[in-house]
Design a protein around this ligand. Sequence first.
Ligand code: TMP
Length: 204
Amino acid sequence: MSGRFITFEGGEGSGKSTQARLLADDLRAGGHTVVLTREPGGTPGAEAIRALLVTGAAERWTGWSEACLVNAARADHVAHVIRPALDRGDWVICDRFVDSTRAYQGAGKGIADDDLCRLHAMACGDLWPDLTLVLQVSPRQGLARAGARGDQERRFEGHEAAFHDRIAAFFAELPAREPDRCHGLDADQPIKALASVIRTLVST
Ligand code: TMP
């Protein structure tokens, strides 16, 4: 049997990394083999690209530079980690994937969604998740949460408020546009309550 590929998406500070970890723990406790990974990242090469993307001045890269960088990272990640895991029958839980590119470089930076989907088809073998959980939080609240983490990966947080509003609007609309794959979830609820909703969604 081939494994299941689940992605978590959302704006800054939506709590998706916590929920991805809780789901992975839960599935492992249920006897599944789970690869928990993230983007940009997941391989040494892709993590090196991540460092280029998430640090430095906001204006460091254009939208197309970012789109190429995230696809270079994703192509490596898909080829070396995600595809092999799915072929082995493992579950893969990934913190961000192609929908983040559609949100940040597409809605956020004005690249056409069709172009980004074509690039994904060419660079990453058109691999799409079986299920995408979209965590929705207001940009103001999410940015406050992300800021409180105090890590070095602040480049996107430094973009203007309208950029984060466009990303939030993309993620708000995605579940209705692609209902077979995407589920929207209110991230403004207690961690355990949200984890339990996610567990139910994954087991159905
Ligand atoms: P993180 O906040 O989930 O750790 O993700 C790192 C940043 O990378 C986040 O600000 C969103 C950004 N990003 C993109 O702009 N495009 C992408 O395709 C991905 C995967 C992430």
